[in-house]
Design a protein around this ligand. Structure first.
Ligand code: ZN
Length: 154
């Protein structure tokens, strides 16, 4: 599709690099009613992660108004089989530690916890989520029941 002329080659190069950046990230928005969706407002049971990405970034915008201590949200990535243990141990640490055990080796990646009106993001090394099933969830107490989904590397 791309012309061999330099001008078009440059255009094509730009277009493909912009596309690649988009393919290696995903934007979500979270609310005051313990939910998150994609930017179009649709539920996100699965986020597809291209295997060609070295890192994959999830950007989250909290569009609510409630403070972090009442309706905090973060994005945490763990292997499916680890989620119960991570949540159980994290409960003991409370909101000051984002409901996560400090330096928990089972946590592949985690954003900070945010409140209404804030933004955060988490960078996930794709090589670390290729073996088996991985989930993204909010570690705030009780939120994982409604705020969790699968990461599918393809
Ligand atoms: Zn939450």
């Amino acid at each position: 599709m791309c012309s061999k002329k330099l001008f078009f080659a440059l255009l094509c190069g730009l277009a493909s690099s912009v596309w690649a950046a988009d393919a290696c990230s995903f934007d979500i928005k979270s609310t005051d009613v313990m939910t998150w969706t994609n930017m179009a407002g649709k539920p996100i049971p699965v986020i597809t992660v291209p295997a060609s990405c070295a890192n994959f970034t999830i950007n989250m915008q909290h569009i609510g108004k409630m403070p972090k201590t009442a309706m905090g949200h973060n994005v945490v990535v763990v292997k499916s089989s680890d989620i119960k243990g991570v949540i159980k141990d994290g409960m003991r640490y409370g909101i000051s530690k984002d409901y996560l055990k400090p330096n928990d080796k089972r946590v592949v990646a985690a954003s900070k916890m945010i409140g209404g009106g804030e933004k955060t993001s988490v960078k996930i090394p794709v090589a670390k989520i290729k073996d088996g099933e991985y989930l993204f969830f909010c570690s705030f107490l009780g939120h994982d029941r409604k705020m969790r989904g699968k990461l599918e590397v393809k």
